[in-house]
Design a protein around this ligand. Structure first.
Ligand code: F6R
Length: 607
């Protein structure tokens, strides 16, 4: 995780770096720092805690003179989140400064080797080892480019880094291996960063750097090299469609709230151009050449994994495709048994999740096809997958994922319809009902979100002193129950567990008492009777219940929360934002840092 940015141009660099770091804070926020060269000296500013702590240290005097520099926002992997371990790190001579995202796995061996050569270290980080290694290489080769190539040859692990040198003001070197790094070309200024929003206010022209590539840039020139051979690599510039406003809060108190309220638009965007209203055909040209699988294996992490579990219910019902769903960190260390007709589907918002990427590598090693469902264009997962469908949710900044899951569910639904049709299983009537319901869904959701938020706030307040929560659901609402529990725990720090409603009596019900409430997703569908019985079992043990339901459920519980009703599976698109808002309002009421919850980072680029 961690966010890095580097700038060389005509503007004062420090404000550009700080602004960039603000948009990268979602990647880590336990310390921050920046470095630049001024008057032939390397200047270093670092602070533990949020970015404001760093800003407070930047006096307005000479910091405004530098027109190039590097910045970092950290999510600790090696060493405590304190100032000494904060990036940038310097080499022993204080000639080089480096910011790094990733993990150098053999850092201890390299540290021992460098210590043997008289190198001493100030921090506990693997990053300091990297900059000292490059410095050691520089002593031998006399060229920074060659020193980097030499050092990268020795290191094992993942990295995206940017480096500056006291002796070459204005020049920046940056390279990547299994961690994201994007180059941005401006006019008389150039950037590299972990993510596009870091330089989006200045340029939309980007180059996606690949593994083992090294870019050398100043304000007016840039060249990409193969990091091993140092042969120049020709790269093409792409213009991204993201707009700056989408990466800002736009009047909302938190990114999370903004992103929850963006879901009607997300649904519209995901559907746009995908449905032929006349014929009822679904357009997924990205997978035209991929036959409907005999079996689907879904791999993902966290919220994306919950979307995968939801997909299992739909795919098996509508397209009659048997589905396995696995957590990427488990999948990657298991033997893979190749099966004919099997397709692996990876789901990821960021496209950079290390475990999901490793799972893709394993699948490809066995020659099996990978279909990626991914939000970030140009991300590693998008590039590594054989086929990719973009979820088009736009930049998701809040650490807690909301609109990305909504977009994943829309695409999964379309994929189920598409494969059902290809297998001749989709009858005209179902297709028409689904499409008609999809068309009205964004409008209904848009109108109902403000009231949903009010209800979430009042119920959230009422239960905010609870120490623990159960979230229950059956069928497609079981994965949503898992997601509701994940959202509540990650931003409000209230312990919450999601369960299949019928599973409670097999052990967890022992925990129920008046102080252990349950939020049950219980719409009036074919499973309501079963859920009702489960809720009675909870009430018999004096457990309090919030039912997230719809008109006509006839439930008698402590709090009944009705959301609008639509056709079949699409009802999930009302339950999901209600759960997100419940977590959001509870966390706000408890005064938690909603967009940047403790111990978390947005994209998990380490194992
Ligand atoms: C939870 C959350 C995480 C991510 C998970 C996978 O709100 O955001 O659980 O869903 O880290 O990330 P992606 O989808 O980027 O692979």
């Amino acid at each position: 995780m961690c966010g890095i940015i580097a700038y060389s141009g005509h503007r004062p660099a420090v404000p550009v770096l700080v602004q960039g770091l603000k948009s990268l804070e979602y990647r880590g926020y336990d310390s921050a720092g920046l470095a630049f060269v001024h008057m032939e000296k390397l200047h270093l500013f670092r602070a533990s805690g949020k970015l404001e702590a760093l800003e407070a240290k930047l006096d307005s005097g000479h910091v405004l003179h530098a027109t190039s520099g590097i910045g970092h926002t950290r999510w600790a992997t090696h060493g405590l989140p304190n100032e000494v371990n904060a990036h940038p790190h310097l080499d022993v001579h204080a000639h080089l400064a480096l910011v790094h995202n990733g993990i150098i796995e053999n850092f201890q061996d390299l540290k021992n080797m460098l210590s043997g050569c008289g190198c001493s270290f100030r921090s506990e980080t693997d990053t300091e080892v990297l900059v000292c290694l490059i410095s050691h290489g520089l002593n031998q080769t006399g060229s920074i480019r060659e020193a980097i190539s030499w050092a990268l040859n020795l290191i094992e692990g993942s990295y995206a880094f940017a480096l500056i040198s006291k002796d070459h003001p204005g020049t920046i070197w940056a390279a990547r291996q299994a961690s994201p790094l994007i180059f941005g070309q401006g006019t008389g200024e150039n950037f590299v960063a972990s993510d596009i929003p870091a330089f989006l206010p200045f340029t939309k022209d980007v180059v996606f750097l690949e593994d083992n590539e090294l870019v050398e840039m100043n304000s007016s020139q840039w060249t990409v090299f193969n990091a091993s051979t140092l042969a120049p690599v020709s790269k093409s510039i792409q213009t991204v469609a993201w707009d700056v406003q989408a990466a800002r809060k736009g009047g909302y108190k938190h990114f999370m709230l903004k992103e929850i309220f963006e879901q009607p638009k997300v649904i519209r965007d995901c559907l746009s151009g995908r449905i032929d209203r006349k014929t009822g055909n679904i357009h997924l040209p990205e997978i035209e050449n991929l036959p409907a699988p005999g079996r689907l294996h879904i791999i993902a992490c966290g919220t994306s994994y919950h979307a995968g579990l939801w997909a299992k219910y739909l795919m098996e019902d509508m397209a009659r495709i048997p589905v396995d769903v696995e957590i990427a960190s488990e999948f990657r260390y298991k033997p893979l048994v190749p099966e004919q007709d099997k397709v692996y589907l990876t789901i990821s918002q960021s496209g950079e999740t290390a475990d999901t990427l490793a799972a893709i590598a394993l699948v490809k090693k066995h020659g099996m096809p990978v279909l990626g469902l991914c939000n970030v264009v140009g991300s590693s997962i998008a590039r590594e997958s054989d086929h990719v469908i973009f979820t088009q949710a736009g930049p998701e900044i809040s650490v807690a994922s909301t609109k990305a899951m909504c977009s994943q569910l829309v695409l999964i639904f379309l994929l189920s319809l598409y494969w059902a049709a290809r297998k001749g299983l989709l009858d005209r009537q179902t297709a028409e009902k689904a499409i008609a319901a999809f068309e009205t869904l964004p409008g209904i959701l848009e109108r109902s979100l403000p009231l949903m938020r009010e209800t979430a706030a009042s119920i959230g307040r009422k239960y905010s002193s609870s120490r623990s929560f159960f979230f229950l659901g059956r069928g497609i609402y079981f994965p949503l129950a898992l997601e509701g529990a994940l959202k509540l725990k990650e931003i409000s720090y209230i312990h919450a567990e999601g369960y299949a409603a019928g599973e409670l009596k097999h052990g967890p019900i022992a925990l129920i008492d008046p102080d252990f409430p349950t939020l049950a997703i219980a719409p009036p569908d074919h499973l309501l009777g079963k859920v009702k019985s489960n809720l009675k079992e909870i009430q018999a043990r004096k457990g309090r219940i919030i039912a997230l339901t719809q008109e006509g459920s006839g439930l008698e519980v402590d709090d009944t929360w009705n959301v609008p009703r639509t056709w079949g599976y699409l009802n999930s698109f009302f339950m999901l934002p209600a759960l997100q808002l419940f977590a959001y309002e509870t966390a706000v009421y408890l005064g938690k840092d909603v967009d940047q919850p403790r111990n978390l980072a947005k994209s998990v680029t380490v194992e």
